[in-house]
Design a protein around this ligand. Sequence first.
Ligand SMILES: Nc1ncnc2c1ncn2[C@@H]1O[C@H](COP(=O)(O)OP(=O)(O)OP(=O)(O)O)[C@@H](O)[C@H]1O
Ligand SMILES: [Mg+2]
Length: 342
Amino acid sequence: MLTKIKSNLLSARIYIPEVLLFDFIISFIIFIFIDSTYAVVSLIIIELILSIIMLGYIGRKRNAELDEIKRIINNIRKSEYSNSEEIHLSKNLSAIEEDIKKMFEKTKSDIEYLKRLERIRTEFLANVSHELRTPIFAIQGYIETLLNGAINDAKVNNYFLEKANTHTLNLNNLLNDLIDISMIESGEMKMSFRYFNINDYLQTIVNEFQPMAEEKNIELIYHPAHDRLQFFGDKNKLRQVMINLIQNAIKYTEKGKVEVLIEEEQKFGRIIVKDTGYGIPENDLSRIFERFYRVDKARSRAVGGTGLGLAIVKHIVEAHGSKIEVKSKLDEGSEFSFKLKK
Ligand SMILES: Nc1ncnc2c1ncn2[C@@H]1O[C@H](COP(=O)(O)OP(=O)(O)OP(=O)(O)O)[C@@H](O)[C@H]1O
Ligand SMILES: [Mg+2]
């Protein structure tokens, strides 16, 4: 009991100056208006006792409020709430209830965000190790076979060396893509924007892919825009975008054609890469820009893909303040496009 009174008074001690001031004013009034010394002393003593009782009462209320806040903080710390609606404070603390709820929501979403990042990181590492293991195992296999005697077998030795070499190239491509992705995501990708003639630029890139298209008996066509059309962007980075899009279009097309064209708008131009290939199922459309995502893993791997190409494309296009768009119909073909400033 005594400790409780002591703790209440201690809690109210911050109000002592105000209470003393109030007591002083009342005492002064008593002193002026009452003549009898006995009455003055008695009234001042009563006043002091009442002040102490009042301080005790204020302290008790203050302690109760502090206990309530402590209880809520402890519950949050012990993760006893699953959402902010479960947090309730008494009426006189309603002013801070909203703030506590907002703090709770913010902490909750920060933690969820960190957990998601952690999951993405783990998945990324698992994917990278898996993708690295495939070519390394293959190279190891061919080398071991050669060392075990195949090196002297003129029928297969060249073939095995060529196979090992192809896997080394794939490994190198994968590492280059990984370096690109990590540079882009850590914000180290330096962009250098300039105006350039889009016709010459696209024609050169398309020409480089003619042999690949011919090999698959696919028509690769560039529809030139008007001669003086200039686009604003980073030529080197956009080259990577165009290479990925044209390569994909040829890789994932069995027969028919791949077309590269430009649609002019007032202040922008849209670069389009269109094919008559396998197409992409609707459910996969929103995921193909994720790192390592492949619609048909077996088919994609068979044509040497690791699923990083479109993730890089998306980053570069977004660094141009634009957005990569895709339309596709299964078994009919796909169309990838993005706008650039002209
Ligand atoms: N033009 C297209 N037609 C049909 N499917 C496509 C097309 N472009 C992309 N895809 C699908 O989207 C997936 C992701 O493409 P992305 O370019 O990121 O990876 P990839 O081509 O498999 O490998 P990488 O480009 O890293 O060598 C592909 O595996 C493929 O399934
Ligand atoms: Mg690709």
